[in-house]
Design a binder for this molecule. Structure first.
Ligand code: SAM
Length: 299
Protein backbone atom coordinates (compact mmCIF):
# COMPACT_ATOMS: atom_id res chain seq x y z
CA UNK A 1 0.00 0.00 0.00
CA UNK A 2 1.22 3.49 -0.91
CA UNK A 3 1.66 5.85 2.04
CA UNK A 4 1.68 9.62 2.10
CA UNK A 5 5.15 10.95 2.87
CA UNK A 6 5.73 12.36 6.34
CA UNK A 7 5.80 16.07 5.64
CA UNK A 8 5.08 18.61 8.36
CA UNK A 9 3.06 21.80 7.97
CA UNK A 10 6.30 23.72 7.31
CA UNK A 11 7.13 21.55 4.31
CA UNK A 12 9.85 19.60 6.09
CA UNK A 13 9.99 15.96 5.07
CA UNK A 14 10.86 13.43 7.78
CA UNK A 15 13.63 11.19 6.54
CA UNK A 16 15.43 10.44 9.78
CA UNK A 17 14.42 8.72 13.02
CA UNK A 18 16.43 9.04 16.24
CA UNK A 19 15.33 6.44 18.73
CA UNK A 20 16.43 6.10 22.35
CA UNK A 21 16.41 2.41 23.19
CA UNK A 22 17.15 2.82 26.88
CA UNK A 23 17.09 5.58 29.45
CA UNK A 24 19.97 3.97 31.32
CA UNK A 25 23.57 5.13 30.95
CA UNK A 26 26.85 3.98 32.47
CA UNK A 27 28.29 7.53 32.48
CA UNK A 28 27.00 10.73 33.99
CA UNK A 29 28.26 13.59 31.78
CA UNK A 30 27.46 16.82 33.57
CA UNK A 31 26.12 18.61 30.50
CA UNK A 32 24.01 15.72 29.18
CA UNK A 33 20.64 16.63 27.69
CA UNK A 34 19.39 13.01 27.94
CA UNK A 35 17.88 13.44 24.47
CA UNK A 36 15.45 15.95 25.92
CA UNK A 37 14.04 13.75 28.70
CA UNK A 38 14.64 13.67 32.39
CA UNK A 39 16.82 10.73 33.45
CA UNK A 40 14.87 7.54 33.85
CA UNK A 41 15.29 3.81 33.50
CA UNK A 42 12.42 2.92 31.20
CA UNK A 43 12.81 1.06 27.96
CA UNK A 44 10.62 -0.60 25.37
CA UNK A 45 10.53 -4.26 24.38
CA UNK A 46 12.64 -5.16 21.34
CA UNK A 47 9.45 -6.12 19.46
CA UNK A 48 7.93 -2.70 20.02
CA UNK A 49 11.11 -0.91 18.97
CA UNK A 50 11.15 -2.99 15.78
CA UNK A 51 7.48 -2.16 15.08
CA UNK A 52 8.16 1.56 15.47
CA UNK A 53 11.12 1.35 13.13
CA UNK A 54 9.19 -0.73 10.57
CA UNK A 55 6.47 1.92 10.59
CA UNK A 56 9.03 4.66 10.04
CA UNK A 57 10.44 2.71 7.11
CA UNK A 58 6.98 2.32 5.53
CA UNK A 59 6.41 6.05 5.87
CA UNK A 60 9.58 6.96 3.99
CA UNK A 61 12.21 7.34 6.71
CA UNK A 62 15.64 6.63 5.21
CA UNK A 63 17.95 6.83 8.20
CA UNK A 64 17.77 5.49 11.74
CA UNK A 65 20.00 6.54 14.62
CA UNK A 66 19.95 4.60 17.89
CA UNK A 67 20.64 6.54 21.02
CA UNK A 68 20.05 6.32 24.76
CA UNK A 69 20.90 6.60 27.64
CA UNK A 70 23.62 4.37 26.35
CA UNK A 71 22.39 2.03 23.59
CA UNK A 72 25.09 -0.55 24.33
CA UNK A 73 23.60 -1.04 27.79
CA UNK A 74 21.09 -3.20 25.93
CA UNK A 75 22.36 -6.71 25.39
CA UNK A 76 19.61 -7.23 22.80
CA UNK A 77 20.76 -4.36 20.56
CA UNK A 78 22.08 -6.81 17.96
CA UNK A 79 18.74 -8.70 18.04
CA UNK A 80 16.93 -5.44 17.33
CA UNK A 81 19.31 -4.63 14.47
CA UNK A 82 18.80 -7.95 12.71
CA UNK A 83 15.02 -7.55 12.89
CA UNK A 84 14.63 -4.11 11.30
CA UNK A 85 14.23 -3.40 7.58
CA UNK A 86 17.03 -2.08 5.36
CA UNK A 87 17.65 1.67 5.50
CA UNK A 88 20.03 3.95 3.64
CA UNK A 89 21.89 4.36 6.90
CA UNK A 90 21.67 2.74 10.32
CA UNK A 91 23.86 4.29 12.97
CA UNK A 92 24.20 4.58 16.73
CA UNK A 93 25.55 7.20 19.05
CA UNK A 94 27.47 5.64 21.93
CA UNK A 95 29.87 6.69 24.64
CA UNK A 96 32.11 3.90 23.35
CA UNK A 97 32.88 2.43 26.77
CA UNK A 98 31.61 -1.03 25.81
CA UNK A 99 32.23 -0.75 22.08
CA UNK A 100 35.45 -2.74 21.72
CA UNK A 101 33.74 -6.05 22.56
CA UNK A 102 30.61 -5.35 20.50
CA UNK A 103 31.88 -3.58 17.36
CA UNK A 104 32.11 -6.74 15.23
CA UNK A 105 28.76 -8.17 16.33
CA UNK A 106 27.02 -4.81 15.81
CA UNK A 107 28.43 -4.53 12.31
CA UNK A 108 27.37 -8.10 11.48
CA UNK A 109 23.90 -7.36 12.80
CA UNK A 110 23.50 -4.47 10.34
CA UNK A 111 24.84 -1.34 12.00
CA UNK A 112 26.52 0.82 9.37
CA UNK A 113 28.40 3.32 11.51
CA UNK A 114 28.75 4.90 14.94
CA UNK A 115 29.17 8.26 16.57
CA UNK A 116 31.34 8.05 19.68
CA UNK A 117 31.22 10.75 22.32
CA UNK A 118 34.75 11.95 22.99
CA UNK A 119 35.09 15.47 24.33
CA UNK A 120 38.75 15.27 25.28
CA UNK A 121 41.98 13.34 24.80
CA UNK A 122 42.91 13.90 28.45
CA UNK A 123 41.84 11.09 30.81
CA UNK A 124 41.68 13.53 33.72
CA UNK A 125 39.38 15.93 31.90
CA UNK A 126 37.31 12.99 30.66
CA UNK A 127 36.82 11.74 34.21
CA UNK A 128 35.64 15.18 35.31
CA UNK A 129 33.20 15.62 32.42
CA UNK A 130 31.75 12.11 32.59
CA UNK A 131 32.02 11.81 36.36
CA UNK A 132 33.80 8.47 36.12
CA UNK A 133 37.13 6.76 36.66
CA UNK A 134 40.04 7.97 34.46
CA UNK A 135 40.61 4.41 33.15
CA UNK A 136 37.34 4.58 31.27
CA UNK A 137 38.94 6.99 28.78
CA UNK A 138 41.22 4.23 27.55
CA UNK A 139 38.28 1.91 27.02
CA UNK A 140 36.65 4.53 24.80
CA UNK A 141 39.84 4.91 22.72
CA UNK A 142 39.91 1.11 22.33
CA UNK A 143 36.26 1.24 21.32
CA UNK A 144 37.04 3.75 18.58
CA UNK A 145 39.87 1.54 17.24
CA UNK A 146 37.59 -1.49 17.26
CA UNK A 147 34.82 0.39 15.49
CA UNK A 148 37.22 1.42 12.73
CA UNK A 149 38.54 -2.14 12.39
CA UNK A 150 35.01 -3.53 12.29
CA UNK A 151 34.12 -1.09 9.49
CA UNK A 152 31.60 0.97 11.48
CA UNK A 153 32.88 3.89 9.47
CA UNK A 154 33.09 6.75 9.15
CA UNK A 155 33.23 6.91 12.94
CA UNK A 156 32.16 10.37 14.02
CA UNK A 157 33.66 11.67 17.24
CA UNK A 158 31.14 13.87 19.02
CA UNK A 159 33.05 16.61 20.82
CA UNK A 160 30.79 18.90 22.82
CA UNK A 161 32.72 22.18 23.05
CA UNK A 162 32.76 23.24 26.67
CA UNK A 163 33.93 26.67 27.64
CA UNK A 164 37.22 26.61 29.53
CA UNK A 165 37.23 22.79 29.56
CA UNK A 166 38.19 21.39 26.15
CA UNK A 167 38.16 24.38 23.76
CA UNK A 168 41.96 24.30 23.55
CA UNK A 169 41.94 20.67 22.35
CA UNK A 170 40.60 21.28 18.85
CA UNK A 171 43.98 20.89 17.16
CA UNK A 172 44.87 17.81 19.20
CA UNK A 173 41.55 16.26 18.25
CA UNK A 174 42.16 16.99 14.56
CA UNK A 175 45.61 15.36 14.82
CA UNK A 176 43.99 12.33 16.47
CA UNK A 177 41.42 12.09 13.68
CA UNK A 178 44.16 12.28 11.02
CA UNK A 179 45.78 9.12 12.41
CA UNK A 180 42.72 7.20 11.14
CA UNK A 181 43.13 8.38 7.56
CA UNK A 182 39.55 9.53 6.78
CA UNK A 183 37.83 6.70 8.71
CA UNK A 184 37.15 9.10 11.57
CA UNK A 185 35.42 12.48 11.36
CA UNK A 186 35.42 15.08 14.11
CA UNK A 187 32.02 16.52 14.93
CA UNK A 188 32.09 19.65 17.04
CA UNK A 189 28.85 20.25 18.89
CA UNK A 190 27.72 23.52 20.37
CA UNK A 191 26.29 22.58 23.76
CA UNK A 192 22.64 23.08 24.44
CA UNK A 193 22.18 24.71 27.75
CA UNK A 194 20.07 22.21 29.59
CA UNK A 195 21.83 22.90 32.86
CA UNK A 196 24.09 25.52 34.24
CA UNK A 197 27.54 25.02 32.94
CA UNK A 198 30.38 27.27 32.07
CA UNK A 199 28.91 29.89 29.66
CA UNK A 200 28.67 29.81 25.92
CA UNK A 201 31.56 28.83 23.65
CA UNK A 202 32.32 31.09 20.72
CA UNK A 203 31.45 28.76 17.85
CA UNK A 204 31.67 31.66 15.37
CA UNK A 205 35.35 32.02 16.22
CA UNK A 206 35.89 28.27 15.89
CA UNK A 207 34.21 28.26 12.47
CA UNK A 208 36.22 31.29 11.33
CA UNK A 209 39.42 29.55 12.37
CA UNK A 210 38.43 26.31 10.60
CA UNK A 211 37.31 28.27 7.53
CA UNK A 212 40.64 30.09 7.30
CA UNK A 213 42.56 26.80 7.38
CA UNK A 214 40.24 24.64 5.31
CA UNK A 215 41.07 23.48 1.78
CA UNK A 216 37.34 22.77 1.27
CA UNK A 217 34.10 23.75 2.99
CA UNK A 218 30.90 21.82 2.29
CA UNK A 219 27.39 22.51 3.55
CA UNK A 220 25.36 19.40 4.41
CA UNK A 221 21.64 19.19 3.68
CA UNK A 222 20.97 17.93 7.24
CA UNK A 223 20.52 21.00 9.44
CA UNK A 224 22.73 22.95 6.99
CA UNK A 225 25.79 21.80 8.95
CA UNK A 226 29.17 22.90 7.63
CA UNK A 227 32.05 20.50 7.03
CA UNK A 228 35.65 21.69 6.86
CA UNK A 229 38.60 19.77 5.41
CA UNK A 230 41.70 20.86 7.32
CA UNK A 231 44.97 19.13 6.32
CA UNK A 232 43.23 15.79 5.86
CA UNK A 233 40.99 16.07 8.94
CA UNK A 234 37.27 16.33 8.30
CA UNK A 235 35.51 18.52 10.85
CA UNK A 236 31.75 19.00 10.97
CA UNK A 237 30.16 21.70 13.12
CA UNK A 238 26.73 21.21 14.68
CA UNK A 239 25.15 24.48 15.79
CA UNK A 240 21.63 24.00 17.06
CA UNK A 241 21.39 27.16 19.18
CA UNK A 242 19.53 30.25 17.90
CA UNK A 243 19.84 28.73 14.45
CA UNK A 244 16.75 29.07 12.29
CA UNK A 245 18.55 27.43 9.35
CA UNK A 246 19.19 24.39 11.56
CA UNK A 247 15.48 24.12 12.33
CA UNK A 248 14.29 24.98 8.83
CA UNK A 249 16.20 21.99 7.49
CA UNK A 250 15.48 19.54 10.28
CA UNK A 251 14.29 16.21 8.89
CA UNK A 252 14.29 14.31 12.17
CA UNK A 253 11.67 12.75 14.39
CA UNK A 254 12.68 11.40 17.79
CA UNK A 255 11.43 8.50 19.87
CA UNK A 256 12.01 8.60 23.62
CA UNK A 257 13.11 5.55 25.58
CA UNK A 258 9.68 5.23 27.17
CA UNK A 259 7.94 5.20 23.80
CA UNK A 260 6.89 8.72 22.86
CA UNK A 261 7.29 10.34 19.48
CA UNK A 262 9.09 13.63 20.13
CA UNK A 263 8.69 16.21 17.38
CA UNK A 264 11.56 18.43 18.64
CA UNK A 265 14.43 17.93 21.07
CA UNK A 266 13.77 21.30 22.64
CA UNK A 267 10.02 20.96 23.20
CA UNK A 268 8.38 18.77 25.81
CA UNK A 269 4.67 19.50 25.65
CA UNK A 270 3.86 17.87 22.31
CA UNK A 271 4.90 14.26 22.78
CA UNK A 272 2.79 11.53 21.22
CA UNK A 273 2.57 8.36 23.28
CA UNK A 274 3.14 5.24 21.18
CA UNK A 275 4.21 2.99 24.04
CA UNK A 276 1.18 0.75 23.79
CA UNK A 277 0.23 1.33 20.15
CA UNK A 278 -0.25 -1.62 17.83
CA UNK A 279 1.35 -1.70 14.39
CA UNK A 280 -1.68 -0.13 12.60
CA UNK A 281 -2.21 2.61 15.16
CA UNK A 282 1.47 3.52 14.95
CA UNK A 283 1.08 4.88 11.43
CA UNK A 284 -1.67 7.29 12.50
CA UNK A 285 0.37 8.43 15.49
CA UNK A 286 3.40 9.12 13.29
CA UNK A 287 1.30 11.50 11.16
CA UNK A 288 -0.07 13.09 14.34
CA UNK A 289 3.44 13.72 15.72
CA UNK A 290 4.66 15.12 12.41
CA UNK A 291 1.72 17.52 12.31
CA UNK A 292 2.87 18.87 15.68
CA UNK A 293 6.32 19.78 14.39
CA UNK A 294 7.21 23.46 14.41
CA UNK A 295 10.64 24.98 13.87
CA UNK A 296 11.90 25.90 17.37
CA UNK A 297 14.00 28.81 16.05
CA UNK A 298 11.99 30.56 13.39
CA UNK A 299 13.60 32.49 10.55
N1 SAM B 1 25.26 7.68 25.51
C1 SAM B 1 25.24 7.89 24.08
C2 SAM B 1 26.38 8.76 23.63
O1 SAM B 1 27.25 9.10 24.44
O2 SAM B 1 26.45 9.06 22.45
C3 SAM B 1 23.91 8.41 23.55
C4 SAM B 1 23.20 9.50 24.29
S1 SAM B 1 24.03 11.06 24.27
C5 SAM B 1 22.78 12.08 24.99
C6 SAM B 1 24.03 11.50 22.57
C7 SAM B 1 24.88 12.68 22.18
O3 SAM B 1 24.31 13.86 22.72
C8 SAM B 1 26.31 12.63 22.71
O4 SAM B 1 27.19 12.49 21.66
C9 SAM B 1 26.53 13.95 23.37
O5 SAM B 1 27.71 14.50 22.94
C10 SAM B 1 25.35 14.79 22.92
N2 SAM B 1 24.92 15.72 23.97
C11 SAM B 1 24.57 15.42 25.23
N3 SAM B 1 24.24 16.52 25.93
C12 SAM B 1 24.39 17.56 25.09
C13 SAM B 1 24.21 18.96 25.20
N4 SAM B 1 23.83 19.53 26.34
N5 SAM B 1 24.44 19.71 24.12
C14 SAM B 1 24.83 19.15 22.95
N6 SAM B 1 25.02 17.85 22.78
C15 SAM B 1 24.82 17.05 23.83
Amino acid sequence: MEHDALIDSFGRRITSLRISITGTCNLNCYYCHNEGQSRHRSQMSPEHIVNIIKTASKLGVKKVKFSGGEPLMRQDFEDILVSIPKFRNISATTNGVMLSKRAVSLKSAGLDRVNVSLDTLQPETYAKICQCNEDIHHMVLDGIQSAVHAGLTPVKLNMVMLKGVNEHELDDMMSFVRTFDRDVILQIIEPMDFGNYGGRVNVDAIERDLGSRASQVVERKMHRRKKYMVDGAEVEVVRPIDNSRFCAHCSRLRVTADGKLKPCLLVDDNLVDVSTAGIHELERLFYQAVNLRKPFYKG
